[in-house]
Design a protein. Sequence first.
Length: 178
Amino acid sequence: MSVPSITDTRQYLTFQLDEEIFAIDVSHVREILEFTTVTKVPKTPEFMKGVINLRGSVVPVLDMRLKFGMSQTEKTINTCIIVVEVTIEGETAIIGALVDSVQEVFELEPDQIELAPRIGVQLKTEFIKGMGKRDDQFIIILDIDKVFSSDELSMAKAAEIQMAGNELKQGQGYEKRR
């Protein structure tokens, strides 16, 4: 039984969290970054690791393992940040997703995707578009727009504003000292 919302062949980027393989539609992926220093933002949930400066833009970074109720992501040589574009309630945001490692990009036909199981998965089922299978491994296909709530988007935007304000204050302080 194929998933009705996926009607054409799509490319997916796979990544690993703990022992699980996840996938997101590549149309949401902006870029993949090596792990870099993340500036912590006060008064944010534990899974919001902080923000990074991406070519002059402030991008919030969320630890996907913590978001999904797993242990914190450990920094390894393979740890990376997937920069994704999400749409929540009509608003577009750029968010960095901290993951254990990125695997590959591959295509899946609609008939290779099954409905998400109701039991046996620790994620909320609304996060899951379906389950794909590649070789002998199941892949959890995420609906990346549903993984992040509008409250989290608001927190991310508040963090961006706070960090931009801090940079502005630091810049003004620098100007005053000249």
